[in-house]
Design a protein around this ligand. Structure first.
Ligand code: B1M
Length: 215
């Protein structure tokens, strides 16, 4: 299995979308554990791409190609992930998105998929989502939780913006607010007054379960 994960990782590092898609198809056909294939294979690949980009080995085209390769694989694997989980009654409603000015949506989509696979009703606003859109969505769908993802140290300030706007409107207590994304931390969540922080998709499910799902 390790060798298979390595192949997935390599396909993303090489920005080979066709191979990534082929490996995702093989994972499904051979009934491999989809979450492991994503996290131990494809995600390791995009993390390495990020590292190589940071140290100057890769340039923007390689970063984009790596992102396209993992997105191709996830377009097949995410729906399967949902189907593999048990679907029971809906535990609560969550609106999720990547904050304004930020197009990183791979991790956010994984979190959204895992939440809906775990029984939450999820409204995914996509990426580059303005503060007002989060709040309008929350209001429109009557959600319990507003979840925002930020991958840039600059855009994470928008997570603070969501909380400030809720306070300004006098509705802060109406929603549970959680944050996540690579530059975020428990400390950041405390600093901005969020109700919770999760470091990855699996802990996001546990966190939301504790906060709104009655777990
Ligand atoms: Co960009 N990028 N990028 N990028 N990119 C980072 C984030 C960076 C760390 C790379 C680096 O320097 N090593 C760096 C940010 C530096 C910083 O702010 N300190 C960076 C930069 C600088 C940029 C640009 C500015 C580059 C440029 O144009 N010069 C630009 C910004 C564009 C913009 O947003 N305005 C840019 C662009 C891009 C691409 C478009 C090419 C592409 C994104 C494609 C896409 O998402 N559709 C991209 C990618 C792929 C990355 C890296 C390599 C990988 C991100 C990723 O998908 N990881 C990234 C480096 C890295 O993170 N190692 C990098 C895999 C994903 C599964 O993990 O998103 O962390 P992640 O999600 C995890 C957890 O964080 C958590 O759960 C997920 C699953 O376990 N999580 C949550 C996420 N959201 C959550 C929400 C929750 C709970 C948990 O609750 C609400």
């Amino acid at each position: 299995m390790l060798q298979f994960y390595e192949k997935c990782k390599k396909a993303v590092i090489e920005g080979d979308s066709d191979l990534a898609l082929k490996l995702a198809t093989e994972a499904i056909d051979k009934n491999k554990p989809v979450l492991d294939v994503i996290e131990k294979g494809f995600v390791k690949g995009i993390e390495e791409v990020g590292r190589l980009w940071e140290d100057g080995t890769f340039f923007l085209p390689e970063l984009v190609m790596g992102a396209e390769a993992i997105k191709k694989a996830l377009s097949l694997l995410n729906p399967i992930l949902s189907d593999q989980q048990t679907k029971g009654f809906k535990k609560g409603k969550v609106v999720i998105g990547t904050v304004e000015g930020d197009v990183h949506d791979i991790g956010k989509t994984l979190v959204a998929t895992m939440l809906s696979a775990s029984g939450f009703e999820v409204y995914d606003l996509g990426f580059d989502v303005g503060v007002d859109s989060f709040i309008e969505g929350a209001d429109k769908w009557g959600v319990n939780c507003i979840a925002s993802s930020a991958l840039l140290t600059t855009t994470m300030q928008k997570q603070r913006g969501i909380i400030e706007k809720l306070k300004e409107r006098g509705i802060r207590n109406k929603y549970t607010v959680i944050v996540g994304g690579a530059p975020c931390s428990r400390k950041w969540a405390d600093e901005i007054g969020a109700d919770g922080y999760a470091k990855d998709a699996v802990s996001a499910v546990t966190l939301v379960g504790k906060l709104i799902g009655g777990d």
